[in-house]
Every structure is written in C-alpha cells, then in structure tokens.
Design a protein around this ligand. Sequence first.
Ligand code: ADP
Ligand code: RBF
Ligand code: MG
Length: 222
Amino acid sequence: MTETTTTTTEPRPRILYPDSGPEPPYPLRMEGTVISGFGRGSKELGIPTANLPVDAATTPWIADARSGVYFGWASLALPAPHPDSATASSSPPNSNNNNNNTNGTPSSPQTDATQTQFQIYPMVMSIGYNPFYKNSVRSAEVHVLHSFGADFYDAPMRLLILGFVRDERDYSGLDALVEDIRIDCDVARQSLSREAWTPAQGVVGGARGTFDGAWLVRRGEE
Ligand code: ADP
Ligand code: RBF
Ligand code: MG
C-alpha cells in the first residue's frame, strides 16, 4: 500500500543527515548508459530524468533497496560536440593526475579534444515503481540539478548515492507530484552543499569539499 496525498500537509526538513558526512550503507554506486525512459514528458514539466537500466548484476544492492527518492552526485562523460562537455585538456594542470600520453608529453587541447572527462553534478533520483503511473517494472531515473544545453542520451553516467529522502507515493494529481519533486530538489541541494558532503574533486559551477568523489571522475574501469 502506498500513501495518497492531496496536499502537502507535513512540513519537510531541507537538510537531512548530520553535517559530518554520509553514513553506511552510503555511498552506494550505480553506473550505466543513459537510456530512453517512459516518454511521459517529464521534460515538459521541467524535471527531465535521465533513466539508467536497473541491472542487478552490475548493481547488486538494488534488488534490496527501498523504493523511493534518493540524493547524491552524478557524473557524466559528455561527448565533445555536447555544449556542456569538458575535454581532458581542461583538467587542472598537474593536479595529482597521471593523464600524460604514453610518450610522456603533457596533454594538449589537440590530442585530448575527443577524450571526454567526467564532470560532477548534484542529483536527486527515484528508484521504484512510480505509483502515480502504476509501473510494473522498477525504474531508476535521475534528475540532474543543472540546466543542460542539449540532451545526453547514450552518455556514460555514474552515481554516488549519499542518502534516502522519502518513500515514493501516489498522488491525486500531477501538480502535487511535481510540487513534492521540487521540494526533493531543494532537499538535495541543501543537504549536499555542506563541506563533508561535497566532492574534493570539484563540482560543475560549485565549490570543493572534503568528500571523496574520486570514483566519479576515474577514467576507464576501476
Ligand atoms: P525519457 O522518458 O526518455 O527519460 P525525459 O523527459 O525524462 O525523457 O527526459 C530525459 C532526458 O533529458 C535525459 O535522458 C537527458 O538526455 C535529458 N536531460 C536534459 N537535462 C536534464 C537534466 N537536468 N536531468 C536529467 N536529464 C536531462
Ligand atoms: N513518481 C511517483 O509515482 N511517486 C513519487 O513519489 C515520485 N517521486 C519522484 C521523485 C523524484 C526526485 C523524481 C525525479 C521522480 C519521481 N517520480 C515519482 C517519478 C515521476 O513520476 C516521473 O519522473 C515522471 O516521469 C514525472 O512526470
Ligand atoms: Mg526520464
């Protein structure tokens, strides 16, 4: 049974979990290629969601995960023609990385123009059956808290999920669902903006914190 709400009655806190940082079992990892979703026009509602395949082989924890809303960080490797893409050449110079070419010459814009780099963004996501739409299969969909210049279907995406926000619900109308998602976005932004929750690797348009987000920007496998 899922709860049906007509109006948002309970005030919702905007900061979840202690300032000291994520606690076990978080962070949880998930990765995959962005696929097409249900095509229900989430984009028209102002909340596009990048869907990932739900694959128990690559994401062992997901079968037992509680359905609902989660928050954390997403990283995307956007291809060179994408307006928001970054190439390896724009990484901070000599900042502890070993990205030199095999011949030992330093990276240059020419040699790295097509080698895309993962960039980190805050995100809020839903894992579940979307009771409002009564789906029969479980989906994982991520609303990235950034305004992109173009879509990014097929892009590699990684997620570090840092906490649970709420159970998924049924709603009497689309407006009530959208209003709750807006609050989820606010909760994610505010909870993630604390130092111990913000990646040391840096966030697009944001600050650096002390949280270890190295996996999000790692090149290749592991
Ligand atoms: P679908 O049903 O195919 O998932 P959506 O309406 O949910 O369609 O739109 C999702 C697509 O929108 C994503 O796959 C991505 O390419 C694009 N997109 C643009 N901006 C965002 C964003 N901020 N967060 C998530 N996806 C976005
Ligand atoms: N769908 C539901 O049926 N119930 C929910 O409580 C719910 N919460 C969501 C929270 C977030 C942060 C996001 C991104 C999606 C959520 N959805 C939920 C999924 C939503 O129905 C889906 O993205 C639709 O495509 C929006 O029109
Ligand atoms: Mg979607």
